[in-house]
Design a protein around this ligand. Structure first.
Ligand SMILES: Cc1ncc(COP(=O)(O)O)c(C=O)c1O
Length: 388
């Protein structure tokens, strides 16, 4: 398939077709609103994933999850880590969980000392906040530093202060939703040094790892050659890259074999909660050699450039550091005096963004650009016209 054929394939879905398909992203607002909020992609799923789901339906593979499917999924996840990142992961160290946030919550509850606070770097994917509450823990939020070009970085001094107390777990979001940063190895090593010095366990959410754009590279925290990586817990899924979050299948990778016994004792088969079609679709996704992922990444890369160009031309004062991983753009509307830009733009532009305040940073909004380019262009045009 040529580049123009594949972009035509992604461009050809219209807003009315998407609205008709429904779902959370397109079904929540009035029909005149263009949604760019929840992190779902508007594109059709990859052919191997579709075949796996069709196979489930045609052969009625809809019973309880079974060991062979779990092991096959773990092997596929391990092959992916090895092929993509050169990280050797023993498939028997991978546990299925229904979703990433629940995997992190379980890791906090079972693999960090009872009652110890959990450190989060903000702004961050906001369900982390309620996840820590549901784990019955206190949270220590360490706000990011923002460089003059709008690039967010971890505040290492702030992290050190947080780690020096009773905190025993740090949830690292890599790549970082909502800022779109993909941490460089040197940044991860700085975190690892601090975590090791203070005996803090790193729980790395790497759900957006497969979505790092060419030119960048995703480094799994657990792959570092560092003592802090020996106790790392990685929570990931094929669900962002392959657009499968409704299928309820994520993975927890425990680097320390000593973690597996308590994990299995706390989460025996009947509480794992993963879905059988999710296991089979995830296995197909991690083994997808159809070229679909490359096409989607190329298309998203074009959207990212178009977005950056349009922001630069139409609203140059709005802060935007180009997304490195994820299909999310983190826009700073504070130069226009807006504390709650998503609320304003829903009303005035008919565009649904995610409010920065809920991630921990007022004045910002998160824009999902995994949509056909014509729709993205309409979204950005509406925003630029409506801004005060
Ligand atoms: C960083 C991050 N973690 C987790 C999730 C949600 O994953 P799940 O539905 O598997 O909990 C998202 C969804 O956007 C996310 O961006």
């Amino acid at each position: 398939m040529t580049d123009s054929e594949s972009s035509h394939r992604f461009d050809s879905i219209t807003a009315s077709e998407l609205r008709e398909r429904g779902g959370l992203k397109w079904g929540t607002h009035d029909p005149d609103v263009l949604p760019a909020w929840v992190a779902e992609m508007d594109f059709s799923i990859s052919p191997p994933v579709r075949d796996a789901l069709r196979d489930c339906a045609e052969r009625s593979i809809t019973g309880y999850p079974y060991p062979e499917a779990e092991l096959d999924m773990a092997e596929a996840a391990s092959e992916f880590q090895s092929a993509e990142y050169g990280w050797t992961v023993d498939p028997t160290a991978i546990r299925p969980v229904p979703d990433v946030v629940e995997g992190i919550r379980r890791a906090v509850m079972e693999l960090t000392p009872p009652g110890s606070p959990v450190v989060l770097h903000t702004p961050v994917y906001y369900p982390f906040f309620t996840m820590v509450d549901r784990a019955g823990r206190d949270q220590i939020r360490v706000p990011a530093k923002v460089e003059s070009g709008g690039r967010a970085t971890l505040d290492l001094d702030g992290l050190e202060r947080a780690f020096a107390g009773t905190a025993a777990g740090f949830v690292l979001c890599n790549p970082w939703n909502p800022t779109g940063r993909s941490f460089a190895r040197v940044e991860l090593i700085a975190v690892a040094d601090l975590a090791h010095r203070h005996g803090v366990r790193v729980i790395a959410d790497e759900i957006h790892g497969p979505l790092v754009y060419p030119g960048g590279i995703h480094t799994p925290f657990g792959s570092l050659d560092h003592p802090a990586a020996q106790t790392a817990v990685t929570v990931t899924a094929a669900s962002k890259m392959w657009n499968l979050p409704g299928l309820k299948c994520a993975q927890v990778i425990c680097n320390d074999p000593d973690d597996l016994m308590p994990w299995d004792a706390a989460f025996p088969d009947f509480v794992v909660g993963v879905a059988t079609p999710g296991l089979l679709a995830t296995t197909a996704a991690y083994r997808d050699r159809s070229g679909w992922r490359d096409e989607v990444l190329a298309y998203l890369g074009t959207n990212r450039t178009r977005l950056g160009d349009m922001v630069g031309e139409m609203m140059p004062d709005i802060g935007y550091h180009p997304t490195e991983g994820t299909y999310l753009a983190w826009l700073d509307f504070s130069p226009r005096g807006l504390d709650r830009p998503a609320e304003y733009l829903l009303k005035e532009a008919g565009v649904a963004l995610s409010e920065g305040e809920v991630f921990g940073t007022p004045g910002h909004a998160r824009l999902n650009f995994a949509t056909p380019t014509p729709i993205l262009e309409e979204i950005v045009t509406r925003i630029a016209k409506a801004l005060p």
